[in-house]
Design a protein around this ligand. Structure first.
Ligand SMILES: *Cc1c(COP(=O)(O)O)cnc(C)c1O
Length: 454
C-alpha cells in the first residue's frame, strides 16, 4: 500500500525555512500554486510505489521550481553553430543602432500614429516608408508581421476568390510550416500551377491567364536548388507580361538582401532592388533574414497597388507593432551608407568576415581551451534561414574531443548553461564556429565549457 498519510499540508510547507524567503519574490498565492503542484507530483510518485520524499526534499524541489519560474524562459543564446541565420535561434541579431531606436521608442510614448506637425492622426507606416523607397527604388512600401503575412495580404487583396498563377518549380516550403501553396489558399485564392518541377516558361504563365487571374506570382526558391535541365521565367519577362495583360505581378523574394554579397566573395542572390528594377509590381521580403532587422514582412512596389494593400481591412490584423517598426527604422538607416554595413549590421559583418580573421579568432579561443586539447581546423559555415542553399562559407573551427562524457551530453550541458551555448557536432567532435559569435561570446563559451565540465 502506498503511504499518502505523510504528505505535508500546503500551510506547513509555506512556513518551511527554505520556502519562506521565497515570499519576497513571489505572491503567496503563486507560491501555494507551486507547492500544490509539487505535493500532487509527490502523491503520484507514492501511488506509483516510489519511496516517499521527506518534507525537506519536497521543499527543495519547490525552491528549484520557483527559481526556474523566476528565470526568463526566452533568453540569450551564444550561437556557435556557424549558421548565420538560424530561425530556431531567433534569426538576425539586431544592430546597436536598431536597439537604440527600440529602447528610445519602447520605454515611453511615441508618435507611432500621430503626425507631430499637425497633431492629427498619422500612419504607422510612414516612419519606414521613405527609407524603403530610397533603398529599393520602389514607389511605395508597407510593413506587416512577417513575409508570410505579406504574401497573405497580397493574395487576399488581389486574388481572393480568384486565381494566383505559380510555377510548379517554385511551390516552396520554408521551415516553420510556411508552405507557399497553403498560404495562398488560406487567403481564399485558387492556386493555378503551371510548368513542371524543372522547367517553366513565360508561355506557361501566358496560357494560364484568364479573367479570373488575380496575380502572377514568382517565388524565390530560397532553401533549395533545382539544377540540371531547368528553366525559370525571367523577372523582366513576367513583369512585361503583367503590364501587357493588366494582371498584377508579385514576387515572394524571402531573404530581403539589400547589398551585393559578392563584394565579400560570398555567393550572392537577387537583392530587393534587383526585383524592383525588373519591373515586378510587388516584392515581398522578410525583415529578419539577410536584411538583418526585426521580424517583419515588407512589401515594396507600385504606389497604386500598395495603397490597395493599405486599404485592405485585413492589414489591421497583420500590422507590425512599434517595437518592430523602431528596430526596422534603425536597421534600414544603416543601409544609406552601404560601405559601412559590414561593420554595423551584425549579419552582414558575419558574412563579410575574412577567413584569416576567423582563423585568428578560432586560435584565440582554442588558446583558452588548451586543457581540453582544442584543435583549430578548417571547415564551413552556412548562411541558413532558408537563404543561399548549399552555399558553404570557408571558416576555422575549434574542435573538441571530450572522451570523458559523450558529445551529446556535452552539447546538452552547454545548451543549459547561463548563457546557453549552441554548438555543432560532426565527425566525433564538438565544433565551435567563431563566425556567428558576437564580440563577448568567446569568453562566455570558455566559461560555459568550464561549468559544463566541472
Ligand atoms: C523565409 C521566407 C518566407 C517566410 O518568411 P517569414 O518572414 O518567416 O514569414 C517566405 N518566402 C520565402 C521565399 C522565404 O525565404
Amino acid at each position: 500500500m502506498s503511504d499518502l498519510r505523510g504528505l505535508p499540508a500546503i500551510g506547513t510547507l509555506l512556513e518551511h525555512a527554505a520556502i519562506k524567503p521565497l515570499r519576497a519574490s513571489l505572491d503567496v498565492g503563486q507560491l501555494a500554486y507551486v507547492l500544490r503542484e509539487e505535493v500532487a507530483a509527490e502523491r503520484a510518485r507514492r501511488l506509483a510505489g516510489e519511496a516517499p520524499l521527506d518534507v525537506d526534499a519536497l521543499a527543495a524541489k519547490a525552491v528549484a521550481r520557483v527559481h526556474e519560474l523566476l528565470r526568463p524562459r526566452l533568453r540569450r543564446v551564444v550561437n556557435a553553430t556557424g549558421v548565420v541565420i538560424n530561425t530556431n535561434l531567433g534569426r538576425s541579431p539586431l544592430a546597436p543602432e536598431a536597439l537604440e531606436r527600440l529602447l528610445d521608442v519602447a520605454g515611453g510614448y511615441s508618435n507611432l500614429e500621430m503626425d507631430l506637425t499637425s497633431g492629427q492622426r498619422g500612419s504607422r507606416y510612414v516612419h519606414v516608408e521613405e527609407l524603403l523607397i530610397r533603398l529599393t527604388g520602389a514607389e511605395a512600401a508597407v510593413v506587416v508581421n512577417n513575409c508570410a503575412a505579406a504574401i497573405l495580404l497580397i493574395t487576399d487583396t488581389f486574388a481572393r476568390g480568384r486565381e494566383v498563377v505559380v510555377s510548379r518549380g517554385q511551390l516552396v516550403e520554408i521551415g516553420g510550416s510556411f508552405r507557399l501553396p497553403e498560404v495562398l489558399e488560406a487567403s481564399g485564392a485558387r492556386l493555378v500551377e503551371v510548368g513542371t518541377t524543372n522547367k517553366t516558361y513565360l508561355s506557361d504563365y501566358e496560357r494560364a491567364i484568364r479573367p479570373e487571374t488575380g496575380v502572377l506570382m514568382l517565388s524565390h526558391t530560397s532553401n533549395f536548388r533545382i539544377v540540371g535541365f531547368t528553366h525559370e521565367v525571367d523577372r523582366r519577362e513576367l513583369a512585361a507580361l503583367g503590364r501587357q495583360t493588366g494582371v498584377v505581378t508579385a514576387e515572394d523574394l524571402g531573404s530581403g538582401l539589400l547589398v551585393d554579397l559578392s563584394q565579400w566573395q560570398v555567393p550572392t542572390e537577387p537583392t530587393v532592388q534587383d526585383s524592383v528594377a525588373a519591373g515586378l509590381d510587388l516584392v515581398a521580403v522578410s525583415g529578419d533574414k539577410l536584411m538583418g532587422g526585426p521580424q517583419c514582412g515588407i512589401v515594396v512596389g507600385r504606389r497604386d497597388l500598395v495603397e490597395r494593400l493599405k486599404a485592405n481591412p485585413m492589414l489591421r490584423a497583420l500590422r507590425p507593432d512599434k517595437l518592430a517598426l523602431a528596430a526596422l527604422e534603425g536597421t534600414l538607416r544603416l543601409y544609406l551608407d552601404p560601405a559601412s554595413v559590414a561593420e554595423r549590421v551584425p549579419i552582414m559583418g558575419m558574412l563579410a568576415r575574412d577567413v584569416d580573421d576567423l582563423k585568428l579568432a578560432a586560435t584565440l579561443l582554442a588558446g583558452h581551451l588548451q586543457h581540453l586539447d582544442a584543435e583549430v581546423v578548417p571547415g564551413f559555415s552556412a548562411v541558413g534561414g532558408g537563404t543561399l542553399p548549399g552555399v558553404e562559407l570557408p571558416t576555422w573551427l575549434v574542435a573538441l574531443r571530450v572522451p570523458e562524457i559523450g558529445l551529446d551530453e556535452l552539447a546538452r550541458r552547454l545548451r543549459t548553461c547561463e548563457p546557453a551555448v549552441v554548438a555543432r557536432i560532426a565527425n566525433d567532435r564538438l565544433l565551435l564556429d567563431p563566425r556567428t559569435m558576437l564580440a563577448d561570446d568567446p569568453a562566455l563559451v570558455v566559461e560555459a565549457l568550464r561549468k559544463a565540465l566541472a
